[in-house]
Design a protein around this ligand. Sequence first.
Ligand SMILES: NC(=O)c1ccc[n+]([C@@H]2O[C@H](COP(=O)([O-])OP(=O)(O)OC[C@H]3O[C@@H](n4cnc5c(N)ncnc54)[C@H](O)[C@@H]3O)[C@@H](O)[C@H]2O)c1
Length: 83
Amino acid sequence: MGKSVALECARAGMKLILVDVNLPGLKATTAETGFPEDSFYIKKVDLSKDAEVEALFADIAEKFGRLDYAVNGQWYRHALLIR
Ligand SMILES: NC(=O)c1ccc[n+]([C@@H]2O[C@H](COP(=O)([O-])OP(=O)(O)OC[C@H]3O[C@@H](n4cnc5c(N)ncnc54)[C@H](O)[C@@H]3O)[C@@H](O)[C@H]2O)c1
């Protein structure tokens, strides 16, 4: 489901930050869009680990300054994602 959302958002011209425990899977998803890999910010993140989620949001704040939408397509309902 996350992949389908990512593909549609990329086609709509959104700038995407994609995270997953499966980094090769993320790379395959960016390749599928047909856009260059460096037009995405991709990172291996385990959403069940608080420290990794905290680091992700710190990274986003520093690199992009804001986040317009977040889509959680993984089973884990992380408290930081629904805050
Ligand atoms: N597919 C459906 O039709 C459907 C319908 C209703 C609800 N859901 C629910 O939506 C969620 C996603 O379903 P899906 O079919 O897209 O599953 P999926 O297995 O295709 O995708 C889940 C993704 O989450 C990643 N992931 C797993 N654990 C992770 C972690 N700790 N940190 C970061 N990434 C992690 C996996 O690598 C995978 O890429 C599930 O909770 C599922 O029960 C799915």
